[in-house]
Write a protein that binds this ligand. Structure first.
Ligand code: MG
Length: 393
């Protein structure tokens, strides 16, 4: 089997309710859907999830250009898609960064291979350690009463952990944590994600005020490049530190481990560069005895699928709580077992129920595309880019 055609479709999915992050208000998810066509008629799908210049530095345009102009002609067209390790190795050798673009290719290759072999992707990754992955809820930033109300509702809907997004105002962060703790009680698991927007001084002062609330962890309290600062901070506060933006490539993980800069690691498939590289990443976390949490870029049921399959297949990752909630955030829902999701690139979004995520059964990611939704949500002013179409090979 060989890859004959590569299709890159820019899709913009509107959120039912905007999601607020420090300095940004997300109203649409701008992603790229990749289709890898083969001479045997099997097609592999991937969805990049949302792009953000500040988190990954990649956009619809940059991913499309990197794949269409460089990766597809050199390493995909005419190649056997079952050789995932070989293709990922070539991408890493010849493309220095661009892990979200590489992850998109890796996702579609895994979907294709699962379909070719007639097995769900979790079978390619080791089989099942669990039926579902346990999910925490990520609350949108906002006024304290709004954040508390969302945390209480999430808790009532089965989410065992609440992540609060810092808006950069320390007084506000302390108010949020104090009031959520008061509303949910001592046993509630609370995380604050600073997304690297605090400086060291602000991180130390804020965390000294937050230490008393027994939080599960503080995520990325200092800028991504300041691993030394994170290590210093860790010796001066009680709350465990998780590295997100700092923990990207394997050499970052090695440095964090060597400097003892974090207690745990936060992974996204798009940050690690796909399922194959995420497995190496998780092996290093396990080796260092570091807890992991997996998140999403916010995306469709297709975007949620790679992580959903890996989080139940990987023995280390399956022991922890994750947050992979894209379709729920986009559609402003707590579950989709009873309430169907309509705004999605996937027709059959994986089931979210009682704070757990169940990957689809069926070959590959088990996802059927909602072609009508995709056709009516092509990003304004953009169009599908196609490479290849080898005929008669
Ligand atoms: Mg984070």
């Amino acid at each position: 089997m060989i890859i004959t055609k590569v299709e890159l479709i820019p899709v913009s999915t509107p959120l039912v309710k905007p999601f607020i992050m420090p300095g940004t208000r997300i109203t649409h998810i701008h992603s790229v859907v990749l289709k890898l066509h083969t001479d045997e008629g099997i097609v592999g799908y991937g969805d990049s999830g949302d792009t953000s210049t500040w988190y990954r530095g990649e956009t619809q345009e940059s991913m499309t250009a990197m794949i269409a102009n460089h990766i597809a002609p050199a390493f995909l067209i005419g190649q056997d898609p079952l050789n995932i390790e070989k293709i990922v190795g070539q991408m890493d050798t010849f493309v220095r960064d661009n892990n979200q673009a590489k992850a998109l290719v890796d996702f579609a290759l895994h979907d294709l291979k699962g379909k070719a072999l007639g097995v769900p992707v979790y079978q390619l990754l080791g089989g099942k350690n669990a039926e579902a992955s346990v999910q925490g809820w990520v609350a949108s930033a906002g006024p304290v009463d709004q954040v508390v109300a969302e945390a209480v509702q999430a808790h009532e809907n089965g989410f065992c952990l609440i992540k609060l997004k810092s808006d950069g105002n320390s007084d506000h962060d302390v108010d949020n944590v104090r009031e959520v703790r008061a509303a949910l009680g001592d046993s509630a698991r609370i995380v604050v994600d600073a997304n690297g927007f605090w400086n060291y001084d602000q991180a130390l002062k804020t965390m000294r005020r937050l230490d008393r609330y027994g939080m599960e962890c503080i995520e990325q309290p200092v800028p991504h490049w300041d691993i030394e600062g994170m290590a210093r901070l860790r010796t001066r506060i009680d709350t465990p530190i998780f590295a997100d933006e700092s923990a990207q490539e394997l050499h970052n993980i090695r440095e964090i481990i060597e400097r003892r800069a974090a207690d745990g690691l936060f992974i996204k498939m798009q940050k690690a560069g796909g399922l194959l590289k995420a497995q190496r990443w998780l092996t290093m976390a396990r080796l260092a005895d570091m807890a992991v949490m997996s998140g999403c870029m916010i995306g469709s049921g297709l975007e949620a699928s790679p992580s959903a399959h890996l989080m139940i297949a990987n023995n280390w990752a399956s022991q922890f709580t994750h947050e992979n909630l894209g379709p729920l955030i986009i559609n402003n829902q707590w579950e989709n077992a009873e309430q169907t999701i309509t705004q999605d690139i996937a027709l059959n979004v994986p089931v979210f129920a009682d704070g757990k995520l169940y990957p689809n059964e069926g070959p590959g990611f088990g996802i059927e595309l909602n072609e009508e939704f995709i056709a009516t949500h092509i990003t304004e002013g953009k169009q599908t880019v196609t490479v290849g179409e080898l005929v008669g090979v």
